[in-house]
Design a protein around this ligand. Structure first.
Ligand SMILES: Cc1cc2nc3c(=O)[nH]c(=O)nc-3n(C[C@H](O)[C@H](O)[C@H](O)COP(=O)(O)O)c2cc1C
Length: 355
């Protein structure tokens, strides 16, 4: 089975659903010694199959297929649905976008999505928002696929370990994109990536991968010193030439640093961290449908924002330290991260010897 501690460079390019990951980005990361990931949560089995086959043709390195563990969800009462539609209709967005209440099933069938995974056998399979069924873990293990699951607290990490996963992704509060917390209505401990990593390393016996605002080799060295086996970087890869992030997303990451990043439930119904924009501000106290119904409901609006290159009406997911994102090819970013990491580790060694 694939072992994260054997990586050429201890970096996982984060799975990022919504068209950001693609075979070019993933294969460049793999060929540079890291893990190239796909956020396949909203993808059809055919697209998953095509992406895995295309990536395998470009690299022998470790590929990670990532999925959400969706919880069963029902449409709320008619009056709530109408208020959610009203909130979106009243946005000062010039142009046409269709708004209609989604119908069940509200999310893809995970078993169907996993069929191409069993066929193509990526080295790694990861999950966000919860723990998949034991049969999925069994199947992965029978094929030699290592399974990782996101935790935001010690309680979640203990449940992941108990379920038989091979590693835990410790997602800090600084992380971009959806918060992986199992129950978004429960209290959130809001631990930083480093604090959570140290806690999980001390209390769990499976490897820990740190995630959240890790932007350069010095940050990676800090996570390794905290006991992580590898670092998972999302935002750092968003401005790569190969990244499928929209033009506005890249432009905001590179040039709108004073905005900062905030959590919102407005786009999808679940808390996610992105660059502060007009949509987030205007949706602050508005009625929002549960995840992922709100995500489907806002799809046409987000697509409209994409077509018109309007960053105020797109989900600009980004971690807290997005101002340090670099515009490089994935290959050059990996080279820079490796060089910075080696310097940070050797400096630490020198300091340790000197003192
Ligand atoms: C644009 C974007 C999309 C993301 N989509 C996913 C996803 O589909 N699955 C997942 O497990 N994590 C997803 N994440 C979270 C990452 O796995 C990781 O926790 C996060 O990127 C780490 O913080 P950073 O962005 O500051 O590096 C996403 C993050 C970003 C920035």
């Amino acid at each position: 089975m694939f072992n994260l501690s054997k990586l050429g460079i201890p970096i996982i390019q984060a799975p990022m659903a919504g068209g950001i990951n693609n075979p070019r980005l993933a294969s460049e990361v793999c060929n540079a010694g890291g893990v190239g990931s796909f956020g396949f949560s909203y993808s059809t089995p055919q697209k998953i199959s095509e992406d895995l086959a295309a990536t395998r043709a470009l690299t022998k390195g470790p590929i990670n297929a990532n999925f959400f563990v969706f919880s069963p969800v029902n449409l709320p009462a008619q009056a709530i649905q109408e208020q959610a539609i009203e909130a979106l209709k009243n946005l000062p967005l010039k142009g046409a976008y269709a708004l209609s209440i989604p119908q069940a099933p509200f999310y893809p069938d995970l078993e169907d999505q996993l069929n191409p995974v069993w066929e193509h056998c990526p080295e790694v399979l990861t999950f966000h928002f919860g723990i998949p069924s034991p049969s999925i873990l069994e199947m992965a293990h029978s094929l030699g696929i290592a399974v990782g699951i996101t935790a935001t607290s010690l309680k979640e990490a203990k449940a992941i370990e108990q379920a038989g996963a091979d590693f835990i992704v410790a997602q800090g509060i600084e992380a971009g994109g959806h918060r992986g917390i199992f129950n978004p209505d429960a209290a959130d401990e809001k631990l930083t990536a480093i604090d959570l990593t140290k806690l999980l390393v001390s209390q769990c016996s499976i490897p820990i991968v740190a995630a959240g605002a890790i932007m350069d080799g010095t940050d990676i060295a800090n996570t390794l010193r905290s006991g992580a086996v590898a670092a998972q970087l999302g935002t750092a890869f968003l401005c790569c030439e190969e990244s499928g992030a929209s033009l506005a997303h890249k432009e905001f990451l590179l040039n709108h640093h004073t905005r900062g990043s905030v959590f919102t439930t407005g786009f999808s119904g679940r808390p996610a961290r992105g660059i502060a924009n007009e949509f987030i501000r205007l949706m602050e106290s508005k009625i929002v449908l549960p995840f992922p119904i709100q995500n489907t409901l806002t799809a046409s609006l987000r697509q409209f924002g994409g077509k018109t290159n309007d960053g105020e009406y797109q989900s600009l997911w980004a971690g807290q330290d997005y101002s340090r994102a670099r515009k490089l090819s994935a290959k050059n970013l990996m080279l820079a991260l490796k060089e910075e990491l080696l310097i940070a580790l050797s400096l630490h060694r020198t300091t340790t010897i000197d003192t």
